[in-house]
Design a binder for this molecule. Structure first.
Ligand code: HEC
Length: 184
């Protein structure tokens, strides 16, 4: 992303911040994940971690200007392979651990994070997770809820895969036919 695009992104965010209601920063509520539901939302069908089921953006309207700018970089770079929900709903809360994780992401072959990006993102995540303690009351309970629903979602995902291969088997897709029963 070039500087112009970054500037426009930040500009749009500052504008958005001006328009949004005042009050404590709160995460955007997740696209309804209903505990106990036997059907999955689109987001649930692709979830790989409990955190994927949570909100995927942070309202940074009343964060300091530097952290609002950092958020723009985080939101751009960290949503390329999975949604932002994965880091946002993570229990990680200290700079040290964020530093380790962001470097781990940087080492992924297609990640293309510069060292400056890494510093910016770690700075944001360390600030945000420290703020979370008072800005997001009940965060731990929220994450426990995501973990509980994720256990159900995993069973539903496995069932969906089984149903799909059964369906393909019945319609005679090549390679999915059950092996013939040996006769004696
Ligand atoms: C190139 C693709 C890619 C990008 C870009 C990326 N991630 Fe990931 N991320 C992954 C994959 C794949 C996993 C699951 C495997 C793993 O944990 O390494 C993952 C997992 C995670 C996890 C969960 C790890 C766990 O074990 O609980 C967190 C948190 C995370 N990413 C944060 C980030 C942050 C923050 C950024 C931005 C710096 C980012 N990711 C950018 C690919 C990516």
């Amino acid at each position: 992303m070039n500087d112009k695009t970054t500037a426009r992104l930040i500009g749009a965010m500052v504008l958005g911040a001006g328009l949004s209601a005042c009050g404590p920063s709160a995460p955007t509520p997740p696209a309804a994940s209903t505990p106990g539901s036997t059907s999955m939302t689109r987001m649930e069908r692709v979830a790989r971690f409990p955190a994927d089921l949570g909100p995927d953006r942070i309202d940074v309207a009343d964060y300091p200007p530097r952290q609002r700018a950092n958020y723009a970089v985080f939101a751009d770079r960290c949503s390329r392979c999975h949604t932002l929900a994965r880091p946002i709903n993570s229990r990680i809360s200290d700079r040290e651990t964020w530093n380790r994780y962001v470097h781990r992401m940087q080492n992924r072959p297609t990640c293309n994070l510069t060292d400056a990006d890494v510093r910016t993102i770690v700075d944001f995540l360390a600030y945000h997770s420290a703020e979370r303690a008072h800005r997001w009351p009940g965060f731990d309970t929220h994450v426990a809820g995501l973990e509980a629903r994720f256990r159900e979602v995993k069973i539903l995902q496995e069932k969906a895969v089984a149903d799909e291969s059964h369906r393909l088997g019945r319609t005679g897709e090549p390679g999915t036919q059950p092996a013939p029963t040996p006769t004696r």
